[in-house]
Design a protein around this ligand. Structure first.
Ligand code: CAA
Length: 265
């Protein structure tokens, strides 16, 4: 397995078959996201996507303080506007990680998720947070604005008023408020977070793998399409799934009152 400097990767994490645990590992910098983290996450997500034995991933932060406190401010402070523009800075987070990872992944937010950290969590299929988690888009205080999707994904998740207030004031939102605002699925005591999320990931990893990718694609379509188009996508993907071996197995298993044995196709 690849050796990384800024992340760790554990397949079949803590004995959970089919689940990969990815951990941002720059605790002294509160797991701030620099170019090395991006490069290594792209590689690790591509490996997860390609490995048929791994069926759900979990992304978390090392230490008990932060998921990620944002894009690395020290790295960005040394760049000129032309560097950001010509490199299309931040673009690979969506183009290389979100778009290319068709399998499911969950963000387990274990502390600060600020700026790019909040944006990275929102790239996941869903978020579970510990009770000490804090979410925010404080970029305005640095004289900038969200750059990894915050103004778009946060607004879609929690609505215009709250998103606007968060972006304009840079305030932090508690885990409890994030749950109430539909940003996250649930709040868990910090000590239980990874065990809790690995359990959910194991449930997902036990589902028919092709149907898992299809369900993810359908739900994501709801964010990108008008209702009529989204309904067509849903029906077509459903119809394709009916040709799969796992559909025949899943329905037979139900009728025969036994567990399905999945082929992933
Ligand atoms: N980039 C680089 N280093 C960071 C960092 C970041 N985003 N956030 C924290 N660190 C570093 C600090 O510089 C500090 O390093 P040193 O010990 O070498 O000084 C270390 O992490 C610990 O941080 P603090 O001492 O500040 O810890 P704290 O407990 O007092 O405060 C905090 C915690 C409130 C999260 C504070 O660190 C903070 O406000 N961080 C910045 C948050 C932020 O503005 N994020 C947005 C970044 S811009 C962005 O993300 C753009 C985008 O849209 C993608």
């Amino acid at each position: 397995m690849a050796q990384y400097e800024t992340i760790t990767v554990e397949k079949d994490a803590q004995g959970t078959k089919g689940v990969t645990l990815l951990t941002l590992n720059r605790p002294k910098a509160l797991n701030a996201l620099n170019s090395k983290v991006l490069e290594e996450l792209i590689d690790a997500f591509a490996d997860y996507q390609a490995d048929d034995s791994q069926l759900c991933a979990v992304l978390t932060g090392s230490g008990d303080k932060a998921f990620a406190a944002g894009a690395d401010i020290k790295e960005m402070s040394e760049k000129a506007a032309a560097d950001f523009y010509l490199d299309d800075f931040f673009s690979p987070w969506t183009s290389e990680i979100v778009k290319k990872t068709r399998k499911p992944w969950i963000a387990a937010v274990n502390g600060f998720a600020l700026g790019g950290g909040c944006e990275l969590a929102m790239m996941a299929d869903f978020i579970v947070a510990s009770d000490n988690a804090k979410f925010g888009q404080p970029e305005i205080k640095l004289g900038v604005a969200p750059g990894m999707g915050g103004s778009q994904r946060l607004t879609r998740a929690i609505g215009k008023s709250k998103s606007m207030e968060m972006c304009l004031t840079g305030r932090m939102m508690s885990a409890e408020e994030a749950e109430r605002s539909n940003l996250i699925v649930r709040v868990v005591p910090q000590a239980d977070l990874i065990a809790d999320v690995l359990k959910t990931a194991a449930t997902i990893a036990g589902m028919p793998p092709m149907a898992t990718i299809a369900n993810k694609e359908m739900v994501n379509s709801a964010f990108e399409m008008m209702l009529d188009q989204g309904l067509i996508v849903e029906r077509r993907i459903f119809q394709i799934l009916t040709a799969s071996e796992d559909k025949a197995e899943g329905m037979a298993a139900f009728i025969e009152k036994r567990e399905g044995q999945w082929k992933g196709r």
